[in-house]
Design a protein around this ligand. Structure first.
Ligand code: FMN
Length: 184
């Protein structure tokens, strides 16, 4: 079973995190970390509490628990996704701050040359955002903006969410059946 870290931070678009969690839960071991502002966004946008993120192979860590296993490079993981990624978290990861478990786990994933997928949600970007995202890319992260397309003619909000989540799953090398391959 693959093992992933799912970090949810305080940007709009927690629906992407929920869909990704629902899809991965029966398929992988999941280590979930939610920032304080991420909790607030879950409540505002989906009326969810962090208790939603539970299950047999689900381990939830407090963002303050800097000594959790995922804070160490000796704990193998197949990848980490920060979704949605606030510009604050992006900046702190890019700056190597490692003050919270999310920041530290991302730092470790990068130093171990593992897969870090960062899904920013902000518009417009300022030069600081762009610089930080470039720093993450150069450090080996995949910057995957929550940026759905419309050529597959989505018929619902779920279809739009699935488009982005399918892209994340591709990066994690997890097979997905939610969005068919593009055919012109
Ligand atoms: C309702 C609401 C929506 C927000 N949406 C975004 C967003 O889409 N992108 C972003 O970068 N920050 C957004 N923010 C600001 C972040 O939540 C804020 O910078 C916070 O400090 C981020 O903390 P975190 O990175 O620890 O989760 C939003 C804040 C609120 C209250």
């Amino acid at each position: 079973m693959k093992r992933f870290i799912l970090a949810i931070t305080g940007a709009s678009g927690v629906c992407y995190a929920k869909r990704l969690f629902d899809y991965l839960r029966p398929r992988a071991e999941l280590h979930v970390i939610i920032s304080d502002r991420g909790r607030e966004l879950l409540k505002i946008e989906l009326s969810l509490t962090p208790s939603y993120f539970s299950g047999e192979a689900v381990i939830v860590h407090k963002n303050t628990r800097i000594n959790a296993p995922v804070a160490s490079g000796s704990f193998p993981v197949d990848g980490m996704v920060v979704v949605p990624a606030s510009m604050g978290t992006v900046g702190r990861i890019a700056g190597g701050i490692s003050g919270t478990l999310i920041e530290r786990a991302a730092d470790v994933v990068l130093k171990e040359k593992r897969k870090l997928v960062v899904v920013p949600r902000e518009t417009p970007f300022n030069a600081i955002h762009l610089q930080n995202l470039l720093t993450l890319d150069r450090a080996g992260a995949v910057v995957l903006p929550a940026c759905p397309a419309f050529y597959h003619k989505p018929g619902s909000l779920d279809d739009i969410v699935d488009f982005v989540v399918a892209r994340i799953l591709k990066q994690l090398e997890v097979e997905q059946d939610m969005v068919p391959p593009y055919e012109p």
